[in-house]
Design a protein around this ligand. Sequence first.
Ligand SMILES: Nc1ncnc2c1ncn2[C@@H]1O[C@H](COP(=O)(O)OP(=O)(O)OP(=O)(O)O)[C@@H](O)[C@H]1O
Length: 314
Amino acid sequence: MFLKIDNLKKSYGKNTILEDFNLEINKKELICLLGPSGCGKTTVLNCIGGFIKINGGNIILDNKNITNLFPEDREVSTVFQSYGLFPHMTVIENIKYGLKFKNIAKKQASSMAIKMMELVKLHGYENKKINELSGGEKQRVALARSLVVEPKLLLLDEPLSNLDALLRVELRSEIKRIHDELSLTTIFVTHDQEEAFSIADRIILMDKGKIADMGTAEDIYFKPNNLFTLNFIGTSNIIEKNGTNYYTRPEKITIEKPTDKSNAIILEKYFTGQIINYKVKDKKGNLLKVTTLNNKDFKIGDNVYIDYNLNIIN
Ligand SMILES: Nc1ncnc2c1ncn2[C@@H]1O[C@H](COP(=O)(O)OP(=O)(O)OP(=O)(O)O)[C@@H](O)[C@H]1O
């Protein structure tokens, strides 16, 4: 196992954030830590990076116990949401900064930095000042600075949160490309489900300092382990029968104009472009969310025929 987090414990005073937290990550994996605000994602990252003191447990990276090492001795690089760049330095000076402590000759450091600038598509930006850059460009500099030291592990803490929606989509696929090109091992913290789904090899879903679920995006979407996963991931209709919770996803419900008998009525309709979201009421009084492509267009008050299967939570 390339990274092994063993019985990690972190408290602030009497407030326990992580207890018996265990996680194993393979070399070259891109892991997304996903979960609601305050569930402990950044705390896990800060423990691995060595930025906070832990109260117990071990962190083993590439067979080396790094638990008590200074951050700079861990061979782990972190990119933060707020970039953490030096505003008075140029782009290339920022990127080379990490190499200062590595006894690398100036000329070699410059050529390593330029190579990284090409990788993150900042060619020609060498002498620009940080405050002349857009948010997306700043994050590319931060990424290049983290990668130039050739870390064993790359940690990304909500790196795209300060960027607009289109740029987020563009940069997340850039991060995936760079991860693949350099054969990195990466942990990416996000609370954005779509972001995690689109790039992660494996998603670790956290709830209140614990791992609630893990697996590929398809695993946790189609086979949620518990009610928390079902509620957090995507949208679902949960129906309780004799004490057991069953569910169906809105896109799994078929909806047709009734040829013979109708069994539901359209109560609400939300056109979002590619898809339409409906709220329907069936004959038993169940309120159900139904999603269709925009070629199925019903009106509020239409009588319809719906059909679906119920799944049991794993
Ligand atoms: N320095 C600190 N002192 C006290 N409590 C803290 C400190 N840092 C974090 N916490 C608490 O630890 C818990 C987990 O915080 P953390 O930042 O890890 O959550 P998160 O999942 O990353 O949230 P977000 O998505 O909002 O960034 C929160 O309840 C937070 O208030």
